[in-house]
Design a protein around this ligand. Sequence first.
Ligand SMILES: [Zn+2]
Length: 136
Amino acid sequence: MARPRNNSKIQIPPRVKGFNPQGYYANPSEEVKLNIEEFEVIRLLDYENLSQLEASKIMEISRPSLTRIYDRARKKIAQALIEASPIRIEGGKIVYDETWYECLNCRSHFNKTGDNDVKRCPLCSSVEILKVEGEL
Ligand SMILES: [Zn+2]
């Protein structure tokens, strides 16, 4: 399967689908949507402390594209913090570095080891697993 040019490569899928503010009833319609590329840029730059150049090479996108994604991500996160909006992580043009699976039971993510197809979750042994590919 050919990969469209401008998809970002993602090393690690997010562990959760989003965040809710504490001590405040957040209206779901006010949620801020952070896509997977925006999440990954924050992870690489602010969590792993990589330079923008290093991060753009890892994600296989141009540095100006990375800077635009980073600006967008920070504005969204700031908006969520200040306005007490829930953050939902979804969507985006991405391709995973390896084959990833999501367990529908315990919501963990894991990848394929060896040549065998994954049949069970390594954590909870559930067979309710989903191959994560393309866009989430
Ligand atoms: Zn599981």
